[in-house]
Design a protein around this ligand. Sequence first.
Ligand SMILES: NC(=O)c1ccc[n+]([C@@H]2O[C@H](COP(=O)([O-])OP(=O)(O)OC[C@H]3O[C@@H](n4cnc5c(N)ncnc54)[C@H](OP(=O)(O)O)[C@@H]3O)[C@@H](O)[C@H]2O)c1
Length: 221
Amino acid sequence: MTTLGIIGAGHIGTALAQAATDTGYDVVLSNSRGPETLADLVDALADRPSRRGTVRAATAAEAGAAGDLVVVTVPLKAVDDVPVEPLAGKVVIDTNNYYPERDGHVAALDDETTTTSELLQEHLPTSRVVKAFNHVLAADITARRTPPGTPNRRALAIAGDDASARETVASFIDELGFDVVDLGPLAEGWRIQRDTPGYGADLDAGRLTEALAAAKRYREM
Ligand SMILES: NC(=O)c1ccc[n+]([C@@H]2O[C@H](COP(=O)([O-])OP(=O)(O)OC[C@H]3O[C@@H](n4cnc5c(N)ncnc54)[C@H](OP(=O)(O)O)[C@@H]3O)[C@@H](O)[C@H]2O)c1
């Protein structure tokens, strides 16, 4: 079994825990308030007949250390609190989005000299960050999973600077139930940020590719 460490147990963390345990991953979930606050959620996830992998709660550092693959799915303002050392050498999926009204203004995101996932990569210099799951509603992660080859199978975009890390995440996403469109380096992740044509849209790989190509920077909108 492969272990998925999840840092952030909100909408996306919970949906990924459900989809991953149903796929057969062992999941270690964490939040900011401590594992004891996740007892009810762990019980609910464990009680599902569709579950194949195990699920338990831990601290963020423990979840990071336990994961063969780690997901960071916390609000942008918490990115600097993500533990660095336990994630060293690992592939780390970043689901983050930037909503200034929610997250406060970040100058480098406002002037588009960087992207949210590049900020996480800066914070985790020894990890290989891949942007993924940022443009799919949490509910769709569980509701829209389908087997490979399904006509019009929903596709998700990924971006990351390390090609083998992108391959790892692409395989994970395919196992969970989605096709993948690979954007290449992290800096291309803006093509699937808030307010772009592909953001939130339920598209197969062909239509997602077109949407990514049609994306405009905020300064050009
Ligand atoms: N909701 C969606 O459908 C959706 C879709 C795509 C992308 N996203 C993006 O994904 C990110 C997470 O979204 P969400 O909706 O899942 O958020 P959420 O429901 O607000 O959950 C956030 C989680 O992060 C945890 N957290 C906060 N600070 C932490 C820290 N320092 N260490 C460990 N855990 C911490 C929180 O734990 P506590 O409660 O203990 O503080 C909570 O479990 C956001 O950037 C969002 O824009 C969301």
